[in-house]
Ligand binder design. Sequence first.
Ligand SMILES: *[C@@H]1O[C@H](CO)[C@@H](O)[C@H](O)[C@H]1NC(C)=O
Length: 153
Amino acid sequence: MLSKLLPLSLLLFLPLSMANTECIWVIGRVTCTFNQTKVVDTRIEVWDKDGPKTPRVKTDVILRLIDRVDPDDKAGVTIVEDETGLFKVEGCASDQDWLFRKNQPEFYLKIFHRCTPNGEEKCYDILPPVKVFVPNTYDKYMNDPIELSLLVR
Ligand SMILES: *[C@@H]1O[C@H](CO)[C@@H](O)[C@H](O)[C@H]1NC(C)=O
């Protein structure tokens, strides 16, 4: 009886071990309206949001536990080199499927900049996660640049 069940259970567990690898290419521009020089050295990182994709409920202990063992991963980084504010960043991530749900990487940008009146460094996450994968390029921020002075908390 057990030996007959074994192949079936192997099949059932196969999707558990599958991972999806996806990459993202982002090109764009950052601006700092009150002083464009301040875009230089802006650091743009690509992160992959890990963990289950269900809504975060405060009382859901298991989801929070999974979040803790599978924190977000940094997938790529670039530094803005000059006052054009142009940047190009790429990153790849491979996420494990949780149970039978397909778990595509959910990329988002983390931006470290000094476009602040006193030059203090600010960090800001750009959400929602981008869902455009290689071979396509996410180029929204070429024509619609990221204004850094708005990215403060
Ligand atoms: C603009 O920012 C740069 C770099 O922080 C600084 O050297 C320069 O003095 C600033 N210019 C103005 C007009 O504030």
